[in-house]
Design a protein around this ligand. Structure first.
Ligand code: ADP
Ligand code: MG
Length: 552
């Protein structure tokens, strides 16, 4: 067993390594953030497992991350006393990418270095980012609970393969030695390392200790759970730094909300709205998002369970004070207490969005640009909050090509005598605007919502009214605008003309029998001779097209 094995990287890993080494030329220092974040995760995992088995601590409960350099050898060393890894875990975690959305990630790469570099950052470059600055990486680890002779040493130069051997390892946890590439000497400099830690990892909850070449130790970060500190003590920069740590983002967040909630359940919530969509926004399996802690012990990270799907872009932390610490993840999912916390957090998230929509239109336009399609899902997904979500929706209309019109705006400028909110669904804005259904509305000066996203069908199928005004498709059933005065008044129709039209309709109905249900003389057209209309209860043409496209 004790022989040195050589194993090949999974194809995706090779590809990712290649990309990282050749495309990620800015933000090189993020490798440090990634390695520290792994060490911090390892501490979280140890604390969680030790709840059921205190022996895992091996009498060492003071969890830390140490950083040191050897200028002569040109190495940078990171060590933690977290959970560590078994040989099998090393093979599974370091050498393969288990992340969901990997395919999606590769398919989105453009070859444009600037764009790809952003994407790589979002993907979460993780452990492999070591190779941005190192030409050789040696990782030595021992899992908590295993004996000394079960240490494992992994080594690679980041090309096709890596070696693995079993070693004696007295210390629990993981040590990573980066042999720096030519030209990366800045990462041997104490000031550069400290600045990077303060920029990206200041709020890692355990101490990050710099050990100088004389062996003196200095704690570099604040090492306090930021969310547990009073708001009054925190600056915007504190919140931004913490965001970069939890969301693995280079960019600042758009907005955040931080609250301590007391009531049937006591908990603290800190939620952020990112400034851009993550690469895996449309990946059903993606789970990074909101982290759950109980009394500052990490329990799980799973956006789908802690936040409804339509808020899956939110990032942050929920820390519950009253849940039992030894709760299993399974029980947690069904717990009523957890339900209450989740509902409270959803409310906070919606409050934050509503506040932006109300008070910072520019920022809200960005929220809508990146997450509007996702938020729209909420109208159907979350009946309890339907009203509040409806207020957040923005649409293009016959008066605005940009999706900036809220339902409240629409209702506020409804024509005298208008009692419905009219909408038209179509495949594109151009198609919508060319629709003959709009003619009478234009003539009467009645605004119509133009819905061109697939998810809009789902919105109108679930949102029946807003502010007491029913939503009505302009392409369905009878449209009666007679109560609304036109800009120029209709002349009363001549009886002879009406007779003529009726006779024509009869003839057309005969000719089209089998293809259409009915032919009617209509008051909805102004310039066009005829148009197709769906019956009030029929599936509308756009939904029919959509279902067909989905293969149903
Ligand atoms: P991610 O952190 O997103 O899972 P990484 O590439 O950063 O991806 O790390 C891959 C995996 O390797 C981690 O999920 C973890 O299981 C393992 N790992 C990495 N670093 C450590 C460490 N310092 N201690 C224990 N396990 C680690
Ligand atoms: Mg990681």
């Amino acid at each position: 067993e004790n022989v040195k094995e050589t194993l090949g990287f999974q194809a995706e890993v090779k590809q990712l390594l290649h990309l990282m080494i050749h495309s990620l030329y800015s933000h090189k220092e993020i490798f440090l953030r990634e390695l520290i974040s792994n060490a911090s995760d390892a501490a979280d995992k140890l604390r969680f497992e030790a709840l059921n088995d205190a022996a895992l601590y091996e009498n060492d409960t003071d969890l830390r991350i140490w950083l040191s350099v050897d200028k002569a050898a040109r190495t940078l060393t990171l060590r933690d006393n977290g959970i560590g890894m078994s040989r099998q875990e090393v093979i599974e975690h370091i050498g393969t990418i288990a992340k969901s959305g990997t395919k999606e990630f590769f398919s989105r790469l453009t070859g444009d270095q600037q764009k790809d570099s952003q994407l790589i950052g979002q993907f979460g470059v993780g452990f492999y980012s070591s190779f941005i600055v190192a030409d050789k990486v040696t990782l030595t680890t021992r899992r908590a609970g295993l004996t000394q002779e079960h240490g494992v040493r992994w080594e690679s130069s980041g090309e096709g393969d890596y070696t693995l051997e079993t070693v004696e390892q007295a210390r629990r946890g993981t040590e990573i030695v980066l042999h720096l590439k030519e030209g990366e000497d800045e990462f041997l400099e104490e000031w550069r390392l400290k600045n990077t830690i303060r920029q990206y990892s200041d709020h890692v909850a355990i101490p990050i200790v710099f050990v100088n070449e004389k062996g003196e130790e200095e704690m570099v970060n604040r090492a306090s759970a930021l969310w547990a500190r009073p708001k009054s003590e925190l600056s915007d920069d504190d919140y931004k730094t913490f965001y970069k740590h939890v969301a693995h983002d280079f960019e600042d967040p758009l907005a955040w909300t931080h609250a301590r909630v007391e009531g049937r359940q006591d908990y603290t919530v800190l939620l952020y709205v990112p400034a851009h969509a993550p690469f895996d926004l449309w990946d059903r399996e993606a789970k990074t998002g909101v982290k759950l802690y109980v009394k500052r012990v990490f329990i799980m990270e799973d956006a789908r369970r802690l936040m409804p799907s339509y808020l899956r872009f939110m990032r942050g932390v929920i820390d519950a004070a009253d849940l039992p610490l030894n709760v299993s993840r399974e029980i947690l999912q069904q717990s009523r207490d957890m339900e209450a916390i989740r509902a409270g957090c959803v409310k906070k998230a919606l409050d934050l969005l509503a506040d932006l929509a109300e008070n910072d239109k520019e920022k809200y336009a960005k929220v809508w640009e990146h997450f509007g399609l996702v938020l729209k899902e909420g109208v159907g997904e979350d009946p309890a909050n339907k009203e509040r979500i409806a207020k957040l929706l923005r649409f293009a209309t016959t008066q605005s090509d940009e999706p900036t019109v809220s339902l409240a705006d629409y209702v506020g400028r409804m024509a005298a005598g208008q009692d419905k909110i009219y909408y038209l669904t179509a495949e594109s804005l151009a198609a919508a605007k060319a629709s003959p259904h709009l003619e009478i509305f234009r003539k009467k000066g009645v605004e119509v919502l133009l819905l061109t996203d697939r998810v809009d069908e789902w919105v109108v199928a679930n949102l029946f009214e807003f502010d007491g005004k029913p939503l009505q498709s302009v392409a369905r059933g009878e449209v009666d605008l007679s109560a609304i005065k036109a800009a120029e008044e209709d002349k009363p129709e001549e009886p002879a003309k009406a007779e003529e039209a009726k006779a024509l309709a009869e003839k057309l109905k005969e000719a089209l029998a089998g293809s259409v249900k009915d032919v009617r003389v209509s008051r909805r057209l102004v310039d066009s001779a005829a148009c197709l209309v769906a019956d009030e209860h029929d599936m509308n043409a756009n939904l029919a097209r959509m279902l067909k496209a989905m293969g149903q």
